[in-house]
Write a protein that binds this ligand. Structure first.
Ligand code: SF4
Length: 415
């Protein structure tokens, strides 16, 4: 999303710029980095080195680096990779635009050049995070939570809808906190209602709600507003009280279980997506078994797992030893994914014979690929669609599900 805002700012100054996916032969390159966990850092550094190499070969004139990694490790990066022409933090977009020869325009705030498939887009409702999660470096890179106003977000959503966007993913490091900094109280429900009123916005979905202090008043809104997907991404990270406490998540097992039950009671049929973190310092085998049992009984529709990465300057990095081996972390990861694979298959099998509304994402060979309201792009299940009709990207179609796999469905358009 930051890349999309940058592209729009550059276009506003008459500077032609494209997303890498669209053009890999540029002479000035801006690399938007991630510094969240080791793997992402490695990928970002490799990309920087790759483009620095191209600069040395004369294929690229200048290389600039922005984003989280640059925010967090600017000084180190300047020493380690001095061939880069400029490092910018997450809050230095105006400086970056000026360095690229543009003029940062306040009137373009809220404007973006969409780089996703144009029928869906991400809407960042807040930046930063105030939570103290032991393992997380995001507050170090993104700063304190800053909500964007409801008016601003409604305007941005209308702008996206006018560009042809039909589905919007609300994202923030922490949706739950939305509004407290700006309005003195939680305002996610008001925001959802305001967005749901926008004509032409077919699907709204929510990513990354922190479980502690979850605004339960949004549950009837999700249930009753037809264009808010029955979908909630609520990263739980763990369920054992020992680990939750060490993680400083501000919630315990009982409250977690109560919350999940309440979500399911108030929004029947909701697809819950969660994320777990294995291998946190001090996670015992008993803690892990407790987590496995919880996953088995909670039967989440969608679930992802991360292995703990020991990050400097985080609470866990400062006070704990990274006491579990990579082998143990990997085994715990695999055990969760094995259970979840069966759960996902069981959920999918129940859909065979049913008719579902699906959005068409793309065409591949002789079939189309789409998603139900229970699936977010990039991370969730897909529906393989066979159809005699000429479907277009962004179309909504009724699909009869004919077969199910662990993570995908197969179906035909209804005749
Ligand atoms: S709520 Fe999310 S972004 Fe914020 S500190 Fe915790 S894990 Fe990090």
């Amino acid at each position: 999303m930051d890349s999309e805002v940058l592209l729009s700012q550059l276009a506003g100054s008459g500077i032609e710029a494209t997303h890498e996916a669209a053009d890999d032969g540029a002479n000035i390159v801006v690399i938007n980095t991630c510094g969240f966990i080791d793997k992402a850092k490695e990928e970002s550094v490799n990309t920087i080195l790759d483009y620095v190499g191209r600069k040395e070969d004369g294929l690229v004139e200048k290389v600039f680096v922005t984003g989280c990694l640059s925010q967090r490790y600017k000084d180190d990066l300047q020493i380690e990779i001095p061939e880069v022409d400029g490092y910018f933090g997450t809050m230095d977009m105006d400086q970056l635009v000026r360095t690229l020869g543009g003029d940062y325009k306040q009137e373009l705030l809220g404007e973006r050049k969409i780089t996703t498939d144009s029928h869906y887009a991400y809407l960042k409702i807040a930046e930063g995070c105030n939570r103290p999660c032991s393992f997380c470096a995001i507050p170090l890179m993104r700063g304190k939570h800053r909500s964007r106003s409801i008016e601003f977000l409604v305007d941005e959503a209308k702008f996206l809808v006018n560009k042809g966007v039909k589905e919007i993913m609300l994202i923030a490091q922490d949706l739950t906190y939305y509004g407290i900094d700006l309005y003195g109280k939680r305002k996610l429900n008001d925001l959802l209602n305001a967005l749901a009123d926008i004509q032409g916005l077919d699907w709204i979905r929510l990513h990354y709600a922190y479980p502690s202090g979850f605004p339960v008043e949004i549950l009837p809104t999700i249930r009753d507003r037809s264009n808010i997907c029955n979908y909630l991404d609520i990263p739980l990270q763990h369920v054992s009280d020992n680990v939750l406490q060490a993680m400083r998540r501000g919630i315990n097992k009982q409250r977690t279980v109560d919350l999940i039950n309440r979500i399911r009671d108030e929004v029947p049929g909701i697809a819950i997506r969660t994320t777990m973190l294995v291998g946190h310092p001090g996670e015992t085998e008993a803690d892990h078994q407790e987590l496995l049992q919880f996953i088995e009984s909670a039967r989440f529709e969608r679930l992802g797992v991360f292995t703990y990465s020991h990050e400097e300057n985080t609470h866990a990095g400062n006070v704990f030893q990274d006491d579990l081996s990579d082998e143990v972390k990997e085994r715990r990861f695999d055990e969760i994914m094995e259970i979840q694979q069966d759960i996902s298959f069981e959920h999918n099998r129940k859909l065979v014979g049913q008719s579902l509304k699906v959005i068409v994402d793309k065409q591949e060979n002789d079939y189309f690929v789409g998603r139900t309201e229970f699936d977010s792009p990039e991370v969730d299940n897909e529906v393989i669609i066979y159809s005699d009709q000429a479907l277009k990207t962004g179309d909504f179609v009724e699909i009869t599900i004919s077969d199910a796999m662990e993570y995908d469905l197969i179906g035909k358009t209804k005749v």
